[in-house]
Design a binder for this molecule. Structure first.
Ligand code: PLP
Length: 441
């Protein structure tokens, strides 16, 4: 559908004063969208407003957002507490440089994160996106090893099936096939990859032997192990046995490696515990958070590390951590983060995530009988239907939209990560739309 078709169909220009036809056409021709060509092959769907779990389209139609805007809007859109915090901050100090200056929202959010995070993570670096926080995590590990007398420890042991962001350093630790490393030979640093951690505990011993073997073979040049705990998200929505995290900790302890856990997707309750690593009681040396940190209002991420990592990485020749984003610790984003984490402190998220898990288990069940469906899996507020073929994104999306639900499938996956406030009726509607989209795609 072109912009003009859209405009004609819904007759918008006249009622809203916005020439949607022109806007959508310019968007399609000139504006780059995530993982898309430019010009776009398919026109984007315009959104004019959002409230609670619903997105509003220019023609007044409402869609339940089964994606929570890429896993960020855990409390729903325009939550009054987050809204008020951002407005209040806007009236005082929307931004100020963080070099040499500081402000309450940053310090208070750092205190909050330290109190919520697994024990020992006491130093906080604010970054403006998840990918950047991963870059910072990698740098911290490299500076730590160098200052500990191991400049030769420059590589990372990462997991197949992983995803850590789109900047070059983060890309290097993403799944080499899914991350298309063959396009980037000689550009992206070659890292050491271990097989995907298994879902079934019966398969763990063999996997553990493999990763222990890889670590001892490469230990002399490895700085750290990098992994998403429990759920590998954008690399394929793979769930794995929590005990594998203990194996990663053992590998690190045996060979003097740091353990970096990327909780950007899993953090803040998504898998049923506040942080996914808590499910195994494993303590990382370095942790990244992002996505749900501000409840979806603004881009903010953070790298947390232990006192020992901060102390050693800050020493040496550089005498500092070599990173400092222009918009570091943006006060508006920090205010949103404070409000969002405050909402989490009530503990309601835990009951909601359990309730959504139950709802998704029920509503996604019928997908098992859909031809072309290979697997159905649910963990916390994550529901996944995996097909035996690449999904036809356009037709799957169209089918879901026709049912009043927004989904954004990728690869062979139709999935949902809804806001925690999604009520039972809406969870059921999302589940039905996922099943229908899986059948259509
Ligand atoms: C989304 C994501 C990132 C990247 O975050 P951006 O904010 O998109 O840069 C990194 N790691 C994981 C696990 C993610 O899910």
């Amino acid at each position: 559908m072109t912009g003009t078709d859209w405009d004609r169909r819904v007759g918008l220009g006249a009622t809203t004063g916005t020439d949607w036809g022109r806007l959508i056409d310019f968007d399609r021709e000139h504006v780059w969208h995530p993982y898309a060509p430019s010009p776009l092959a398919t026109a984007s769907l315009p959104v004019v407003a959002a409230s609670g779990v619903r997105l509003e389209l220019p023609d007044g139609r409402q869609l339940i957002d089964g994606m929570a805007s890429w896993w960020t809007a855990v409390h729903g859109y325009r939550h009054p507490v987050i809204d008020a915090a951002v407005r209040e901050q806007l009236s005082r100090l929307p931004h100020v440089m963080f070099g040499g200056l500081t402000h309450a929202p940053a310090v208070q959010l750092a205190e909050r994160l330290v109190s919520m995070a697994p024990a020992g993570l006491e130093h906080v670096f604010f970054a403006d996106s998840g990918s950047v926080s991963v870059e910072v995590a990698l740098k911290v590990c490299l500076q730590y090893q160098r200052n500990n007398g191991h400049p030769e420890r420059r590589k990372f042991l990462a997991l197949e099936g992983g995803y850590h962001g789109d900047t070059l350093g983060a890309m290097s630790v993403c799944d080499p096939v899914g991350g298309m490393h063959r396009l980037w030979t000689g550009v992206v640093t070659e890292q050491v990859f271990a097989p995907r951690p298994p879902a079934r505990s019966e398969d763990r011993a063999q996997w553990a032997a493999t990763i222990h073997g890889l670590a001892s073979q490469h230990a002399g040049k490895l700085a750290a192990v990098v992994a998403e705990p429990l759920v590998q998200g954008a690399g394929g929505m793979w769930f794995y046995d929590p005990a594998c995290l203990s194996t990663l900790r053992e590998v690190c302890d045996r060979h003097g490696l740091l353990l970096v856990l990327d909780e950007i997707a899993t953090g803040f309750g998504r898998t049923g515990t506040l942080f996914a690593s808590s499910a195994a009681g494993v303590l990382p040396d370095v942790m990244c958070v992002g996505k749900a940190l501000t409840g979806g209002d603004m881009s903010l991420a953070a790298m947390l590390c232990t006192g020992e990592v901060a102390r050693v990485a800050s020493g040496g020749e550089a005498g500092c951590l070599m990173h400092g984003p222009t918009y570091m610790a943006n006060p508006l984003a920090c205010a949103a983060g404070l409000a969002s984490t405050e909402l989490l402190l009530s503990g309601q998220w835990e009951r909601d995530v359990r309730r959504i898990e139950k709802g998704l288990l029920e509503s996604l069940g019928p997908a098992r009988r859909v031809p072309g469906v290979k697997d159905v899996r649910v963990l916390g507020a994550i529901g996944v239907v995996q097909l035996d073929h690449p999904v036809d994104v356009a037709s799957a999306t169209r089918d879901a939209v026709a049912r009043g639900v927004w989904l954004r499938p990728f690869r062979d996956l139709v999935y949902t990560m809804p806001p925690y406030i999604t009520n039972d009726e809406d969870v059921a509607a999302i589940g039905e739309a996922v099943v229908a989209a899986a059948a259509a795609g």
